[in-house]
Ligand binder design. Structure first.
Ligand code: PEP
Ligand code: MG
Length: 883
């Protein structure tokens, strides 16, 4: 098996298609060499060697020695210099390069090949003593840090002392003799710390560096980075050994980094920085302030030091030509590293450049309009999840932040406001025009109005599918949930965190995209849904097969969803409508009633209210399907929990405090998620579902009559496990429909279907489909019931589960495709077997997650339903899944 691949000097053993084998850097160096760009010659040791190195106990096979010797011979042949030659030595860089870039995570060694003899040769050959000794001391310092793993503080200290002794402050003020003296000191430090002299044999140096680069793949920081970025540990890194070129050989030399377009805004302009007489690490390390690449950028910034365009006009023209060539060749915006050695341009790296969501959108649309890529490619280029950044106001990246806590990034967007500890106050203050942040230990459905009134929501407990998170995403409110270090004393009106205290009225800022909680107000910038967004979404819609609906129940949410392109409502959670301040009393009377007659009296008060809700939704969603889910949560959620509230509620409902307390105790459940909820309510109190069904049909007929566009109600029964449950509920719904149609003298089409939220329902989908005309996979509950993990309590251990690879990602965020996904596939298959035209959708939170959407496409579902602000994300993800 071959492990070494050469490039440069007219040779390219690999190319851009070989990223898995050669890593991104190696593949692109070979590619640039093959299209005739000036690349210093070198070779890549493949990622396959990295795997073998670890398999064989961190040792290299003998065969690699010969291959590396050939590789060195290749570099020597092209450069005409010899590795270790005392008269005119070849120096090399040794760099890592994984399949995907892991910036700053792995090791690099520059100037390798210098020792006490070759340093003199370098000085003679370059005619520059200072350069030679500066390079040698840089090499000793870097090699000691990266390969020998010695304490680099000692080297920095020695340099500081030397500068003090000489009475200078800048490195550039040191001369050849000063660097030479420092080399002596550095070598002494190595002997002190390592008990051996600094390696003088250049081949020992090379193997040490190669081993260190492979070793850095398993460094702690690399492991953490891989975990955060979902990079598999078995990919390994390649090692690139390449002839050094020097940007620090005087004023005709320079080094720089550049993007072929603006990575922040996406504008078509070269963008970058360079430094005259410097090595690459100087640009990155920020020791000197880099200069602009173009005259226009320098002038725009009002900066003095000349741009590269002005200081090195000929080389700049050559570089600009390379930028265009690379962009056309790779058909994407490139991120480039280059060095100019005594007027000669060398390319050291190119790769697709990282960019903001805004830039990604603009670059994709521009490139398609320029004819560089197709519309489909443009659609594929934009990360759907990144659209989130564009749809909500975001914190001004330039503003300072005083971060006091961190929670889960539950709902994106940024918000600042005064702390309030309860929903009531939130609403009152918001009505007075104040910006508030609702801070709760956790939220419940009773807080909805306060959540709606607040600019943002912060909770100490609860995961990504906690009530706060789901509702906030639905409303498009920024939310940070589960910020565990917050100690909230709502009664006293104080929030303690990390030894600091905040009181009601103090200003906080939350960033729902990062989970950060900050003291004070951090300025935000408004989203700009400019032309590019609309254009790209239009292209996405032409390739997408899956329909995209919204989870929405308020008129505002429905309108937002429609504006974002929703093709109907996939989930209208009717319980949210019951928490309205005016209705809750009637709801409570219904719950507290002793018998059916009492319940019906209360339900009669709710009927017109529900009808009005549905009328408004049907009007907004004219001509589109609307899935309305009948009441789902256990009834006790509607009763007061705090002692103080009992008297008030008793008065409002006209019941004694004692009776209320007794009924609340009766309704108490140990495990309400698996308790008296969903269709179990409909089975025991069919009059509730009957009222809701009646409200739906009355509204639908009214809207059909008024507007001429008949809505398509899809009445959905939650938490069904058996065919019989759905049969009973369908009978209630059909009876209500027949009664309304008879009264109104008009019929319309409607569907009755069910959520699939329980493993039993998935298994028995064949039977259930005989009754239900559609399935909507409620993957929040289906995940919780399949995994046996409570969606409200999982935060405590799920991070550990994800860290240890038990689940690849939080299964409440991204569908557990292997487990829950198998149930979905099976239910879809069994449902279709009995009812070939059954409508299949998903309405759990996963309906807005790109990876889960790709699964839904593969499983052949008809639609996904996501919270309004995720509708554009879902449209784009659905398009990408179809490509
Ligand atoms: C679900 O369980 O996936 C669902 C959509 O219903 P809810 O989140 O309201 O329980
Ligand atoms: Mg559910």
């Amino acid at each position: 098996e071959r492990y070494v691949y050469r490039f440069g000097g007219g040779v390219s053993d690999g190319g851009k298609g070989d990223k898995n084998l050669l890593g991104g850097k190696g593949a692109n160096l070979a590619e640039m060499a093959s299209i005739g760009l000036p690349v210093p010659p070198g070779f890549t040791i493949s990622t396959a060697m990295c795997a073998r190195y670890y398999q064989e106990g961190e040792r290299f096979p003998d065969s690699l020695r010969d291959e590396v010797a050939d590789g060195i011979a290749h570099i020597e042949g092209v450069t005409g210099k010899r590795f270790g030659d005392a008269a005119d030595p070849l120096l090399v860089s040794v760099r890592s390069g994984a399949r995907v870039s892991m910036p700053g995570m792995m090791d690099t060694v520059l100037n390798l090949g210098l020792n006490d003899e070759t340093v003199k040769g370098l000085a003679a050959a370059s005619g520059d003593e200072r350069f030679a000794w500066d390079s040698y001391r840089r090499f000793i310092q870097m090699y000691s840090d990266v390969v020998l793993e010695l304490d680099h503080g000692a080297f920095e200290e020695a340099l500081e002392i030397a500068k003090e002794d000489l009475g200078v402050t800048l490195d550039t003020e040191l001369g050849a003799a000063d660097w030479q003296a420092l080399v002596v000191r550095y070598k002494a430090i190595v002997e002190e710390q390592w008990n051996k002299p600094f390696p003088q044999d250049v081949h020992d140096q090379l193997w040490g560096a190669v081993g260190a680069v492979f070793g850095s793949w398993q460094s702690e920081r690399a492991k953490v980075y891989r975990r955060l970025n979902d990079i598999p540990g078995d990919w390994g890194t390649a090692v690139n050994v390449q002839a050094m070129v020097f940007g620090n050989m005087g004023d005709t030399s320079a080094t720089g980094v550049a993007f072929t377009r603006d990575p922040a805004k996406g504008d078509r302009a070269y963008y970058g920085e360079f430094l005259i007489n410097a090595q690459g690490e100087d640009v990155v390390a920020g020791i000197r302030t880099p200069q602009y690449l173009t005259k226009a950028a320098r002038e725009a910034a009002g900066a003095k030091p000349l741009s590269m365009e002005e200081a090195m006009p000929e080389t700049y023209v050559e570089l600009a030509h390379v930028f265009d060539l690379l962009e056309n060749h790779y058909r994407d915006m490139q991120d480039i590293e280059f060095t100019v050695q005594q007027g000669k341009l060398w390319m050291l790296q190119t790769r697709s450049g990282k960019r903001t969501a805004k830039a990604a959108l603009k670059i994709a649309v521009d490139m398609a309009n320029e004819g560089l890529i197709s519309h489909d490619e443009a659609v594929a280029r934009v990360d759907p999840a990144a659209l989130d950044q564009l749809l909500h106001p975001t914190l001004d990246p330039k503003a300072p932040r005083d971060v006091v806590a961190r929670g889960l990034p539950a709902s994106p967007g940024a918000a600042s406001g005064a702390i309030v500890f309860d929903a009531e106050t939130a609403q009152q203050q918001a009505e007075r025009g104040e910006d508030v942040i609702l801070v709760r230990v956790e939220t419940s459905p009773e807080d909805i109005h306060g959540m709606h009134a607040a600019k943002g929501i912060l909770t100490a407990r609860g995961g990504m599918t906690s009530h706060a998170a789901v509702v906030a995403r639905g409303m498009g409110r920024p939310c940070v949930s589960g910020a565990g270090t917050l100690a909230i004393d709502a009664k006293a009106g104080v929030l303690r965190v990390d030894g600091r205290e905040f009181r009601a009225g103090d200003i906080l800022t939350i960033d729902g995209a990062t989970g950060e909680v900050m003291a004070g107000r951090v300025p935000t910038v408004q989203p700009e849904l400019a032309g590019d967004f609309g254009v790209l979404m239009g292209w996405a819609d032409t390739v997408r097969r899956l329909k995209v609906r919204a989870n929405a129940e308020t008129p505002l949410d429905c309108r937002t969803a429609r504006d974002f392109g929703a093709e109907g409502v996939g989930l209208c959670r009717t319980e949210h409508m019951f928490f309205d301040a005016e209705r809750i009393t009637a709801v409570r009377q219904m719950i507290l009633a002793e018998d059916e007659a009492g319940r019906r009296t209360a339900l009669a008060k709710l009927l017109p209210e529900q009808r009005a809700d549905f009328t408004e939704i049907f009007e907004i969603m004219a001509g589109l399907p609307v899935t309305i889910r009948l009441l789902d949560p256990p009834l006790h959620e509607f009763l007061p929990h705090e002692e103080a509230e009992f008297a008030e509620v008793a008065k409002a409902t006209g019941l004694g405090v004692e009776a209320l307390r007794r009924r609340a105790a009766e309704l108490h459940e140990f495990n309400p998620m698996l308790g008296h909820r969903g269709c179990r309510l409909g089975v025991t109190y069919p009059e509730i579902y009957e009222m809701q069904a009646r409200a739906i049909f009355e509204a639908a007929v009214d809207v059909a009559e008024k507007s001429g566009a008949a809505p398509i109600p899809e009445v959905m029964v939650p938490l069904v496990a058996t065919r019989r449950e759905l049969e009973l509920m369908k009978a209630v719904i059909d009876r209500a429909a027949a009664a309304v149609f008879a009264e109104k003298g008009r019929t319309l089409d409607y569907l009755v279907g069910t959520m699939i939220e329980l493993p039993r329902a998935a298994l028995k989908a064949g039977e259930i489909a005989e009754v239900g005309a559609f399935f909507s996979f409620g993957t929040n509950d289906l995940t919780q019931t399949t995994l046996g993990v409570s969606r409200d309590d999982a935060a405590r251990f799920l991070t550990a589960y994800v860290d240890q690879g038990i689940y690849a990602r939080d299964p409440f965020v991204s569908l557990d495709i292997e487990g829950v996904g198998e149930l979905i596939r099976l239910a879809a298959e069994r449902g279709r077997a009995t009812r070939p035209d059954i409508k299949l959708g998903i309405c759990g939170e996963h309906g807005g997650d790109p990876a889960s959407i790709a699964f839904c496409e593969a499983a052949g579902l008809d639609y996904v339903s996501a919270s309004p602000y995720r509708v554009p994300i879902a449209r784009l993800a659905a398009a990408q899944a179809a490509l």
